[in-house]
Ligand binder design. Structure first.
Ligand SMILES: Cc1cc2nc3c(=O)[nH]c(=O)nc-3n(C[C@H](O)[C@H](O)[C@H](O)COP(=O)(O)OP(=O)(O)OC[C@H]3O[C@@H](n4cnc5c(N)ncnc54)[C@H](O)[C@@H]3O)c2cc1C
Length: 342
């Protein structure tokens, strides 16, 4: 599988700089941090993300595990269910995400299927309002495509019988064609399935056109993976512009669109786009990540929006955590402070 954090030359805010790590296309310069500062932080992150030793040290460190809880519900399903129940009590839906992408053998994929079955059964038994979100690389996509297809169908059938909806996360660009192909293969028999689509990618408008006949259920996100400039827009303005264009597209051609973003401007745009086609707040969903912008969550629920929170859980939280840190280097400082006890 292609490395998530690769070496490349890329443009950053107008200038071309040589970096060993490119932040996700939408990465925001933190307030008062210079470009050199961001580059240094990102170098640190790429080194940390690639180092097995750092991963081992971090994941085995009890303080680090506690700090990771800011973004991850816990290592056990029970903890994710508790978060979902608490959100439900405030009128907010959940999206359960079992961490553990990029399995290296089919046994790992089978374990993930079993764990998802357990999650589906628990959600149904407790009548919780939560979907499950899966990564196809966790179901064996890169080790055995046919097995992945079987695993996906199995989860979809189990979920459908239990009345639980499934969402498919979108991963790095090398996996997108196959993920969309698999989505197309199952979307007719499982029309409730939602797929994540990354606005930053140059190919996305064409991908959506190709799905138009299905009136797809989409979660529109900016895109969390570092991609080369020929694959993805790098500037914030360009990504936002494409996000808005795709928002309008989804209100015209999609079904029950979901917007996975904490960006107030894009949420406001979704509201306006809905109004332009005679739709209201009940006709779309806003999705947020657990632990991020709790103020926004309250604001959205208070103002009557349909909101779901993505709840990652499981022991393989390290890659997820490094993505959240790359998005916002302040998270890295929070994490490092927790480690040194300050
Ligand atoms: C529900 C959900 C599901 C997602 N699924 C996928 C997926 O399947 N595939 C994929 O590639 N990406 C996925 N993403 C991630 C997405 O692509 C972005 O990387 C992420 O949402 C940050 O972009 P943003 O739109 O929130 O805007 P940003 O401009 O990055 O953030 C807007 C504001 O939100 C806050 N914020 C954002 N990120 C953080 C953070 N890490 N820590 C603290 N504050 C933060 C900050 O206040 C920031 O100013 C998902 C996101 C969400 C919300």
């Amino acid at each position: 599988m292609a490395a998530r954090f690769g070496n490349r030359r890329t443009a950053l805010r107008g200038g071309t700089v040589r970096r060993t790590f490119a932040p996700p296309p939408h990465a925001v310069l933190p307030p008062r941090m210079s470009i050199q500062g961001v580059v240094m932080v990102n170098r640190l992150l790429v080194w940390a993300a690639g180092s097995r030793e750092v991963q081992r040290q971090v994941t085995e460190n009890p303080i680090a595990r506690r700090a990771a809880h800011r973004f991850v519900a816990g290592e056990q399903l029970e903890e994710a269910l508790a978060v979902a129940a608490e959100l439900n009590s405030r009128g907010v839906g959940g999206i359960l995400d079992l961490l553990g992408e990029g399995v290296r053998d089919l046994a790992g994929a089978t374990r993930a299927v079993e764990e998802y079955e357990e999650a589906i059964a628990a959600l149904a038994a407790r009548r919780l309002d939560a979907t499950i979100s899966i990564k196809l690389s966790q179901l064996g996509q890169t080790v055995g495509r046919d097995a992945c297809r079987v695993n996906l169908s199995h989860i979809l059938d189990t979920a459908q019988s239990a009345g639980v909806r499934v969402e498919v996360d979108m991963e790095e660009s090398g996996l997108i064609s196959d993920t969309l192909k698999l989505f197309r293969e199952v979307a007719t028999s499982h029309p409730q399935t939602r797929v994540a689509i990354q606005a930053a990618l140059r190919r996305t408008p064409l991908d959506l056109e190709a799905l138009a006949a299905l009136k797809p259920r989409v979660r529109l996100v900016k895109g969390a993976y570092a991609e080369p400039v020929e694959v993805a827009q790098q500037g914030r303005a360009e990504i936002k512009a494409q996000y808005k264009f795709l928002t309008d597209w989804l209100f015209q051609h999609g079904t029950d669109p979901a917007f996975g973003t904490h960006d107030g401007e894009l949420i406001a745009y979704a509201r306006e786009a809905a109004a332009r086609v005679g739709k209201g707040r009940e006709d779309f969903e806003i999705q947020l990540l657990y632990g991020i912008r709790r103020d926004l969550l309250k604001e959205l629920t208070d103002s009557g929006h349909r909101v779901r929170v993505y709840i990652p859980y499981g022991s393989s939280w390290y890659p997820y955590l490094t993505r959240r840190m790359a998005e916002r280097p302040a998270n890295l400082l929070f994490f490092l402070r927790a480690l040194v006890g300050r």
